[in-house]
Design a protein around this ligand. Structure first.
Ligand code: NAD
Ligand code: ZN
Ligand code: ZN
Length: 351
């Protein structure tokens, strides 16, 4: 649990909650570590989580108990929590299939305790249903990174055969390369680290550009005449500014990475080049089901390194330093050397 911004997470023993109404209690097997968890722990976004809180929104596990109103899940089902923990179901956004814009949404690991704990509560109406055929550690990154880039790529409106530039080849970006290739797009991958770019090539990127060594916009313009769409996953304002320069006329630049702050936009260039600049936030339940289906059909396969739950602070340090290739997934269940007999009453949780 995070008790103080910028401090290491602490481990604490807490009471396992009972699931009420539409809620289900889930024994967490694995959880991915998203850069959003790091933003939450640092408290570096304009809207901060209320302390203390338990981070984590790429948690996968099995249902161990359900509330009395639950109809869509049963004990034993494998499910995941997602950033969109719940929404109101009634507002204009919810009513029009855009629940990720709901003003009354709750977010896992931010406004509701997340998956960095042994037992988590999910809302059965919003929890991801995880296909049984998939390895749980492999699925974890799809729950946020996968669905976010899948939706982000859709919002670039790039068509099969056209070029998409993907800036930032981390947890999100490496999956973006895979989804883009599966969607028939040609990929120009941009990062500031050669190891990330080598991974992008392995995953099917047709060209790579190191933005720390070359003028990335000039290189993308020279090599392919600009990209038909640009997806920015890098948590960097500089990357956003550069993304505009990688665009072909008429392109859409879809912003996904969340550095705090602003970026400069040339009104003249935006107008003359007919650019669209838009934001894209995670994905709806329908997007998530589609993103999971790509994984179930073996079209995407997250590059995952697993660590024991107790290593969470070292993993966050590695993320701060940009040392993670692909996604780190924490193995939670059974790694804290405690007994799991019968209905759980006490659990360990990060604090
Ligand atoms: P990550 O740390 O795994 O990856 C970030 C990558 O960006 C790294 O490969 C890093 O080398 C690269 N990078 C850093 N600066 C760069 C630059 N100037 N140019 C190009 N590449 C650069 O992080 P992640 O988990 O992939 O998350 C990325 C961002 O996306 C975070 O800000 C996170 O909060 C945000 N996010 C947004 C959504 C959404 O719905 N919009 C969802 C999930 C995460
Ligand atoms: Zn995330
Ligand atoms: Zn709503």
């Amino acid at each position: 649990m995070a008790r103080e911004f910028g401090a290491p997470l602490g481990f604490d023993e807490r009471v396992v909650p009972l699931p009420h109404g539409f809620e289900a209690l889930v024994r967490v097997e694995y959880t991915g570590v998203c850069h959003t968890d790091l933003h939450a722990v640092e408290g570096d976004w304009p809207v901060k989580p209320a302390l203390p809180f338990v981070p984590g929104h790429e948690g996968v596990g099995r249902v161990v108990a359900v509330g009395h109103l639950v109809t869509s899940l049963s004990v034993g089902d494998r499910v995941g929590n997602a950033w969109l923990w719940s929404a109101c179901g009634e507002c204009e956004y919810c009513a029009s299939g855009r629940e990720t814009l709901c003003l009354r949404q709750r977010n896992a690991g931010y406004s509701v305790d997340g998956s960095f704990q042994e037992y988590m509560i999910v809302d059965s109406r919003y929890a991801a249903k995880v296909p049984e055929a998939l390895e749980p550690a492999q699925v974890a990154p799809i729950l946020c990174a996968g669905v976010t880039v899948y939706k982000g790529l859709k919002t670039t409106e790039v068509r099969p055969g056209q070029w998409v530039a993907i800036s930032g080849i981390g947890g999100l970006g490496h999956l973006a390369v895979e989804y883009a290739v599966a969607m028939g797009l040609s990929v120009a991958a941009v990062d500031i680290d050669d190891a990330k770019l080598a991974l992008a090539r392995e995953l099917g990127a047709s060209m790579t550009v190191n933005a720390a060594k070359t003028d990335a916009p000039a290189e993308v313009q020279r090599a392919i005449g600009g990209a038909h769409g640009v997806l920015v996953t890098a948590p960097s304002g500089q990357a956003v500014a550069q993304a505009l320069g990688m665009a072909r006329r008429g392109a859409t630049i879809s912003l996904v990475g969340l550095p705090s702050g602003t970026f400069p936009v040339s009104v003249f260039d935006t107008v003359l080049n007919g650019l669209t600049i838009r934001g894209s936030i995670v994905g709806t339940r329908a997007d998530l089901a589609e993103a999971l289906d790509f994984a179930a059909r073996d079209k995407v396969h997250a590059t995952v390194t697993t660590h024991p739950f107790a290593d969470v602070n070292e993993v966050l340090d590695d993320m701060r330093a940009g040392r993670i290739l692909g996604r780190v997934v924490l193995e939670v269940a059974g790694t804290l050397a405690r007994e799991d007999a019968g209905y759980p009453t006490r659990q360990a949780s990060t604090v």
